[in-house]
Write a protein of this length. Structure first.
Length: 163
C-alpha cells in the first residue's frame, strides 16, 4: 500500500471539493502560463523568478467590470499588489483590498473611489449569476527575489491568495 502523501490526502481533496462547489480547475501548466512563468528556466524556482502571483489579465478584466470608472492600464493593480510589503503590514494592506476598501483615483470625478475586487453579493446569487470568477489550481512555485517556495493558488474573484 502506498504511503499517504500531502498531495493525495490534502491537495487532491481540496481540488475535488472546489470543483464540486463550482470552481473551475486550472491546470498547473495553464496557471504557470497565465502567470508568466519562464518556460526556459532550469528549475521551478528559475521559471517562477519573474512570474506574477496573479492572473493579471483576469484581475484587470474583473476590476474593470466591477469598477467602470477604473481606467488604469492592465498590470497597474498587479504592480500595486507586488509592492506590498511581505510582512504583517503588507498582509493588512492586502486585506484592505480584499474588503473592497482599496482606493483608485477617478480623474472624471477628481477624487478617490473605493476599489471593488470581489463582489460579495455572489453569496446570495445562483451559481449561473455569479460575477466573480472562482478558480483553483495545484501548488506552484513563487519566487520572492531571493528564495523560491511552493504555494497553493485559490482564487475567489480576482485577488485573493492562499498561503
Amino acid at each position: 500500500m502506498p504511503a499517504p502523501s500531502e498531495q493525495k490526502t490534502v491537495q487532491a481533496r481540496i481540488l475535488k471539493y472546489a470543483q464540486e462547489i463550482g470552481w473551475r480547475y486550472v491546470s498547473r501548466g495553464d496557471a504557470e502560463a497565465r502567470r508568466g512563468f519562464d518556460p526556459d528556466g532550469a528549475t521551478p524556482e528559475d521559471r517562477a523568478r519573474t512570474a506574477s502571483l496573479y492572473f493579471g489579465d483576469l484581475l484587470h478584466a474583473q476590476v474593470r467590470a466591477f469598477n467602470p470608472k477604473y481606467k488604469e492600464a492592465e498590470g497597474a493593480l498587479v504592480g500595486e499588489f507586488a509592492r506590498l510589503n511581505a510582512d504583517i503590514a503588507g498582509n493588512r494592506d492586502f486585506l484592505t483590498y480584499l474588503r473592497n476598501q482599496g482606493k483608485f483615483f477617478c480623474a472624471q470625478e477628481s477624487r478617490e473611489l473605493d476599489l471593488m475586487v470581489i463582489d460579495y453579493g455572489d453569496l446570495a446569487r445562483q451559481r449561473e449569476a455569479w460575477r466573480n470568477v472562482y478558480e483553483v489550481t495545484e501548488e506552484f512555485y513563487v519566487h520572492n527575489g531571493r528564495y523560491g517556495t511552493r504555494r497553493t493558488r485559490c482564487s475567489s474573484s480576482t485577488a485573493s491568495r492562499c498561503w
